[in-house]
Design a protein around this ligand. Structure first.
Ligand SMILES: Nc1ncnc2c1ncn2[C@@H]1O[C@H](COP(=O)(O)OP(=O)(O)OP(=O)(O)O)[C@@H](O)[C@H]1O
Ligand SMILES: [Mg+2]
Length: 150
């Protein structure tokens, strides 16, 4: 499938949620990415999970710090990378190592399953997912997916 096309579809699904949260959604897609072998619905699910987490983390920020960036790029010869970058609270450092484990949550309404499910999906596709904090603020979640064999 075409990863950029899937991100564009996901953007449409997220547009309403972003605007009702006052979040500016910025999409940056690298042109000419090779296709990946993946299930479109599952990858949409991952991007939505990451984006909803990001919006939640920005809910208390001022307007200029409510920007959600979703980007695609060629990570190397073998893989595409999607990054979801926010300007929210960042991930508490004590949680960083366990954030993909099930039932880890700081949210009153969350189950702590979104990232665990996302990791399962990405690893089942031969990719990897990781989290880090931005240098100034916010979190960066990235996942890779291998290019389909030519
Ligand atoms: N972008 C982010 N910025 C700050 N913290 C984050 C971010 N993404 C995840 N987290 C932290 O990781 C925890 C786990 O995220 P996860 O998506 O697995 O569960 P959840 O969002 O709490 O609940 P669920 O996704 O099941 O509704 C969150 O509760 C939050 O503490
Ligand atoms: Mg979540």
């Amino acid at each position: 499938m075409d990863l950029n096309e899937v991100i564009q579809q996901t953007e449409k699904m997220l547009a309403g949620e972003a605007s009702s949260n006052g979040v500016l959604l910025e999409i940056g897609l690298e042109a000419g990415l090779p296709r990946v072998n993946a299930d479109r619905i599952q990858i949409q699910q991952v991007v939505i999970n990451l984006a909803l987490n990001a919006m939640e983390a920005m809910s208390e920020q001022s307007a200029e710090n409510k920007v959600l960036r979703i980007r695609s790029r060629r990570a190397n010869d073998k893989e595409a990378e999607v990054s979801v970058v926010d300007s929210g609270t960042g991930i508490p450092s004590a949680l960083l190592a366990r954030i993909f484990d099930p039932f880890i949550t700081t949210s009153a309404k969350g189950m702590g399953l979104g990232l665990a499910i996302s990791r399962t999906i990405i690893e089942a596709h031969g990719g990897s997912i990781r989290a880090e904090n931005g240098t100034v603020r916010g979190a960066i979640l990235r996942f890779t997916l291998p290019f389909a064999a030519a």
